[in-house]
Design a protein around this ligand. Structure first.
Ligand code: FES
Length: 190
């Protein structure tokens, strides 16, 4: 036997379920839109590639000490999840040939302590590197001159030196990467 209270309760339940079903149906296109919008964030970043930075007529002679080839600004296309920024400056690199080798080494010019730009300190006996911010000093091959507030040596980058196409000299390219400052372990910035 029905009572006066049942019809309102039944209609409340029906309204509740109708609203719940409507809510779920409405969420489907919203979720699909969010998936499409955030899709670039889920894609894996492509691995950094080697950027050609200079050609060398000859590897400098490093018989008597480290040889400094020069400093090179690096630009590259930068891409975040949604936009491409073409040819943006992303850092600088010192090219050196450590003493007694014929191997070109690329050092990131950003100080591993807190990220200042590391200068060259020329002297009669050769050169070294000096960070003006908190006086971290580095040998010509990028290793620290102790005591040093920098927690690690200058960051070495992957560097390729290959004979150019007509074998008249060498081309140098670098896989550029910035690293987290302040850490003892070289940790790539993402
Ligand atoms: S940032 Fe280079 S020594 Fe501090």
């Amino acid at each position: 036997m029905s009572t006066a209270g049942e019809p309102p309760r039944r209609s409340f339940l029906m309204e509740f379920f109708a609203a719940a079903i409507g809510g779920v149906v409405g969420l489907v296109p919203l979720a699909a839109g969010a998936l499409v919008y955030f899709d670039p964030l889920r894609r894996k970043k492509p691995a950094a590639s080697a950027v050609p930075i200079t050609s060398l007529d000859a590897i400098p002679d490093a018989t008597n000490g480290d040889a400094l080839i020069g400093i090179y600004k690096i630009s590259a296309n930068r891409q975040d999840a949604w936009n491409l920024y073409p040819n943006e400056p992303i850092g600088s690199v010192y090219l050196v040939v450590p003493k007694g080798t014929k191997e070109v080494k690329a050092l990131n010019a950003t100080c591993p302590h807190l990220g200042c730009f590391v200068d060259v300190n020329q002297s009669e006996g050769g050169y070294s590197f000096l960070c003006p911010c908190h006086t971290s000093a580095f040998h010509g091959d990028g290793s620290r001159i102790m005591p040093c507030v920098s927690p690690r040596d200058m960051d070495e980058l992957v560097c390729k030196t290959e004979p150019n196409s007509d074998k008249s000299g060498y081309d140098v390219s670098v896989v550029f990467q910035n690293f987290q400052p302040g850490l003892a372990k070289k940790t790539p910035k993402t």
